[in-house]
Design a protein. Structure first.
Length: 143
């Protein structure tokens, strides 16, 4: 399984917002620091704001800040907000009936359990834990 670039960029955007907290971050800063095209950053910040993970401050001196404390933002919540498809294999799609093994297959249950375990780890990991070494991360990002 591989997370989409959207999830990757969303996580990096939230890391930067957490490192800047309580200051605002701008689309331009996020794009520059993480080398992400500004158009992608606008899409990501809009999605994260809609999910309540970022708060938007409008105006000439506006930008974004965390929409809630970093301790309240689980990585699982971020991934669920940014990933549209958790079907690891075709048989996870109820509209598909192409696999001839499905009626007696144990693999589907094993993969479903693995996905649940993956998401459980993300659910119990917070943004605050990811940015715990603030000074080291700030230095790596040249903040």
């Amino acid at each position: 399984m591989q997370l989409s670039k959207l999830s990757d960029y969303a996580l990096r955007t939230l890391v930067l917002a957490a490192l800047r907290d309580p200051e605002l971050v701008t689309v331009g800063e996020i794009a520059r620091v993480h080398r992400i095209p500004p158009g992608h950053v606008r899409k990501i910040t809009h999605l994260l704001a809609r999910a309540g993970l970022l708060a938007s401050v409008r105006g000439r001196t506006g930008g974004y800040r965390l929409g809630m404390p970093a301790e309240a933002i689980s990585l699982g919540r971020v991934v669920r907000a940014t990933e549209s498809d958790f079907r690891l294999v075709e048989c996870f799609d109820p509209s598909s009936a192409l696999c001839r093994l499905e009626p007696g297959c144990v693999l589907r249950a094993v993969l479903a359990e693995a996905l649940e375990a993956f998401l459980a780890v993300l659910d119990r990991t917070t943004l605050a834990e990811i940015v715990a070494e603030r000074e080291r991360l700030r230095a790596l990002l040249a903040l």
